[in-house]
Design a binder for this molecule. Structure first.
Ligand code: SAM
Ligand code: SF4
Length: 321
């Protein structure tokens, strides 16, 4: 289905939980989520699967599972297996912090998971512990090795560069693309939730990061992907840049988001939400209509750093990035 601006919407991101086994400083408060939701306030996996079925009927073919940390929710492997069998869904991806990946990678692959994005901002154990408030980097690295061993493809590592924290590791991160077919992608820090009041020195544009990396070859990209890709000389993997702040990718935006508490979000940067919890519970025959309504509410572009921007009322851990 197309939205009002003729963008074809074929991609749904589902935040399956707002809980997480880490507490990244830019994403979650130290104490975790303040008001833990009762399980009735969270969509069950059966309900999510009904929503995916309805979404597939209006042209969604790609699903990304995110969170919070999606691998902490019980039943995630079965959920992936269920949605991979829905007619029309041909691409299932996950975004994970990787902590539980070593144990779960094989089951995830067998369930039909195709693509894996793993968030990793630093390769230094003490820094990892600091930014995630307690995480063990070695578990993430073991998870990446396991995914490589199982030949899960593609594997993308997402890094947020923070001024004064990990900017000296840019070269170490891109070097990971040399020996393995791994993409390393830099995502600009967004002034959302926990990071909404951070000092401007902590925000480094991807343009700046690209300049610091130096010589790379630009690659042809998929126009609907928000990432622009490059390759270091003789590297197996690619270096990608996702610039939600410094360059709008709104004009090719093809996505809609579903939160674990049953809200459709037409745009990451807007507080506008459409309730779908009630519909899936009481009037499932209207699911398609509600999805269509949310798609037609997609704004033309985001208003970050303009007078029209309202401060978001959710942290990234609730929306899923
Ligand atoms: N827990 C999983 C993970 O960390 O990959 C999935 C959810 S997490 C919210 C998804 C992505 O959002 C992560 O790559 C994280 O780095 C990113 N993220 C969270 N807060 C952010 C912010 N303020 N600016 C930019 N990226 C952010
Ligand atoms: Fe958890 Fe991911 Fe947020 Fe870190 S970025 S706190 S791992 S949800």
């Amino acid at each position: 289905m197309k939205d009002l601006y003729q963008r074809k919407i074929n991609y749904m991101r589902i935040s399956v939980t707002d809980l997480c086994n880490l507490r990244c400083q830019y994403c979650m408060p130290e104490a975790g989520i303040a008001d833990k939701k009762h399980h009735k306030e969270i969509l069950s996996f059966e309900e999510m699967a009904e929503i995916v079925k309805a979404a597939a009927k209006i042209g969604v073919n790609k699903i990304r599972i995110t969170g919070g940390e999606p691998l902490v929710r019980k039943g995630i492997v079965n959920f992936i297996s269920t949605i991979s069998q829905i007619d029309g869904i041909n691409d299932i991806a996950i975004t994970t912090n990787g902590l539980l990946l070593k144990e779960m990678a094989k089951d995830l692959k067998e369930a039909g998971l195709k693509r894996l994005n793993i968030s990793i901002d630093t390769l230094k154990p003490d820094r990892f512990k600091e930014i995630t408030r307690g995480g063990d980097l070695s578990r993430v690295l073991d998870g990446i090795q396991e995914a490589l061993r199982l030949q899960m493809k593609p594997i993308k590592l997402n890094a947020v560069v923070i001024g004064g924290f990990n900017e000296d590791e840019i070269q170490d991160l891109v070097r990971l693309t040399m020996a393995d077919d791994i993409d390393v992608r830099f995502i600009e820090l967004m002034p959302i939730g926990e990071a909404s009041n951070w000092a401007k020195e902590r925000f480094i544009s991807n343009e700046e990061i690209k300049n610091r990396i130096g010589d790379m070859m630009a690659l042809e990209g998929d126009p609907s992907s928000p990432a622009k890709y490059y390759r270091l000389p003789r590297a197996k993997g690619r270096v990608g840049f996702i610039n939600p702040i410094s360059s709008h990718f709104c004009e090719s935006c093809n996505r809609i988001r579903l939160t674990s508490d049953g809200k459709l979000k037409p745009c990451l940067h807007s507080n506008q939400e459409v309730d779908i919890m009630d519909i899936v519970r009481r009037n499932p025959s209207e699911l398609q209509q509600v999805l269509e309504r949310a798609i037609l509410l997609k704004p033309e572009k985001h208003y970050l750093y303009t007078t029209q921007h309202e401060i978001g009322h959710r942290n990234m851990s609730e929306i899923g990035g």
